[in-house]
Design a binder for this molecule. Structure first.
Ligand code: GTP
Length: 372
């Protein structure tokens, strides 16, 4: 199955745990609720005359509420998650060992794996949970040394077993949830027959790439291609052969693309290739080689060889178009001009009708007329 699918594009550098937007909602909720709670305690400290602590808690409350506001817009949530979890976990351990600590303060430690797995995913959740859980147990034993004798051993055993089971359950749950989410994402973003990106994920990536190009001043190339006389392939060799031809084309194209390029099936026998950080002059030799390869590599179907060819329309952003819609239209018009000119060719320029009469110049279009 082709490698340059949307899978690669979508999973690069992803954090585990909930989806980005779900994590954002949850983190904002956590920041707001913690900020309000600490704010409430700040008021209580003020009323009780403990001014330094009131100021400290008031500042923490304002920081958290400000953070909740910022969280609505930040692109990378991971630092914000660690910024919350690490001090919070340290505080949970502190309430076990602080001078007037209650024996039951230990129960808050059970929140550690729940929050870590939910917000960071299986691997990072495990890595963060284990050291804090170990330190919490050691802190508890130092604070309550009697727990290692008599009935205390049973209490300690219960607490430990409960903690271990919670961690095991969230670990299994998060593994299953992450796998199901990954499968759903792949089903939603890839074409079932060929395994390459589908139209909607391609559209998204094209929009994102143009937005990125605007910021970084980098050009990109969109190539649309359509198999020639594909109906005849289906009619003559059957639908299964047609399906294999579509997979064969994807494999040919995918083998030549870079990791940053993307291939998508837009529907039927129409595909799109997105070449980022590339201009038309750089893209043309690659696409021309692809056209030739498709035209000279028939599909081996059982004992038979099925000849295939495709017509390509190429457009460069921002030279040929200012936005994704215009770019698509431009590439599409060139593709269909290629069809009218006899198929199996690459059109990369808008030309006057008179120019079309001299395709042999190789300047405005390239084609292989031997197959026509
Ligand atoms: N096997 C197979 N065929 C498909 C699939 N999707 C669309 N097709 C067929 O693709 C063919 C497209 O035919 P047309 O739109 O007439 O295009 P064409 O025959 O390639 O002709 P030109 O594009 O003008 O060169 C139709 O016969 C569709 O049934 C698919 O998933 N599998």
């Amino acid at each position: 199955m082709p490698g340059n699918t949307v899978k690669k594009q979508a999973t690069g550098g992803r954090r585990g745990g909930l989806e980005q937007e779900d994590s954002r909602v949850l983190m904002r909720l956590i920041y707001v609720s913690t900020g309000l709670t600490i704010g409430f305690f700040a008021v209580l400290q003020g009323v009780n005359g403990n001014l330094p602590l009131a100021v400290l808690e008031g500042a923490a409350s304002l920081l958290l509420l400000g953070g909740a506001h910022r969280l609505a817009h930040v692109r990378n949530l991971t630092p914000w998650i660690y910024l919350y979890l690490l001090p919070t976990y340290s505080f949970l351990i502190y309430i076990i060992i602080m001078p007037e600590a209650s024996v039951s303060a230990f129960v808050w430690v059970y929140m550690i794996p729940l929050m870590a797995y939910l917000l960071l995913g299986k691997t990072a959740g495990f890595i963060v949970t284990v050291p804090f859980a170990v330190v919490a147990i050691i802190a508890y034993l130092i604070k309550h040394p009697g727990q290692l004798q008599g009935a205390g051993v049973i209490d300690m055993g219960n607490a430990l077993l409960c903690g271990l089971l919670i961690m095991l359950f969230v670990h299994v749950y998060e593994s299953r949830r992450a796998a199901a989410q990954q499968l759903l994402r792949e089903l939603a973003e890839t074409d079932g027959l060929t395994g390459v990106a589908n139209r909607s994920s391609f559209q998204r990536l094209l929009d994102d790439s143009i937005a990125l190009g605007e910021r970084s001043d980098e050009c990109l190339v969109l190539v649309l291609l359509d198999l020639d006389h594909f109906k005849k392939v289906n009619d003559r060799w059957g639908h299964e052969a047609g399906d294999q031809a579509l997979r064969h084309i994807c494999a040919c194209i995918d083998a030549r693309l870079r990791k940053t390029d993307m291939l998508a099936r837009l529907g039927g026998e129409e595909f799109a290739i997105l070449l980022r950080r590339t201009d038309s002059a750089q893209a043309r030799p690659l696409i021309e080689a692809l056209r030739l390869q498709i035209a000279t590599t028939p599909l081996c179907y059982g004992e038979q060889e099925i000849p295939l060819s495709a017509t390509f329309g190429l457009a460069e952003w921002p030279v040929d178009a200012k936005d994704a819609e215009q770019l698509y239209r431009c590439a599409d018009q060139r593709l269909y001009r290629g069809k009218h000119l006899g198929r199996n060719q690459l059109i990369f320029h808008d030309v006057l009708p008179a120019d079309l009469l001299q395709p042999h110049t190789g300047l405005l279009l390239s084609s292989d007329h031997s197959r026509e």
